[in-house]
Design a protein around this ligand. Sequence first.
Ligand code: SF4
Ligand code: SF4
Length: 142
Amino acid sequence: MKRRITLHFPREAVHQPITYRLAVEFDIAAKILRAQIAPNQSGTMVVELSGDIDDLDAAEQWLEGQGLGLNRAAGQIQIDPQLCVDCGICSSLCPSGALTFAEPDCRLEFNAQRCLVCEQCIPSCPFEAIALVLDSSSVAAS
Ligand code: SF4
Ligand code: SF4
């Protein structure tokens, strides 16, 4: 099975070979979807982990034991083009550059590959055009 999680690295954990150890010690394949980590700074990484459920649980426990913060991404951000008026408010709050608003056409652009699913943009939209669409596994579990 697959899980998409956001990892928050404290400064001292940034240089750990996380994906290598997940593969060797837990038989987990980690596909990095987005990373924002600078040398000697804390960082954030969105990864898709693939493996057996028991291995995934063990790997998540190990990651937390290494001092990393974990957030399970419950879904994906979607922008409703029928509601969006391209005001650009949300793009000014997006920490990853997933939402951009630029000349010359002054249209909102959403790059899902850059999205950290931090949900900061959702309450910023005065037209309620931004939503978190839950993954089917999340819906089934709730
Ligand atoms: S959830 Fe919204 S604010 Fe957060 S990274 Fe994705 S698009 Fe940007
Ligand atoms: S805040 Fe809402 S209406 Fe404005 S650009 Fe973002 S999604 Fe569109």
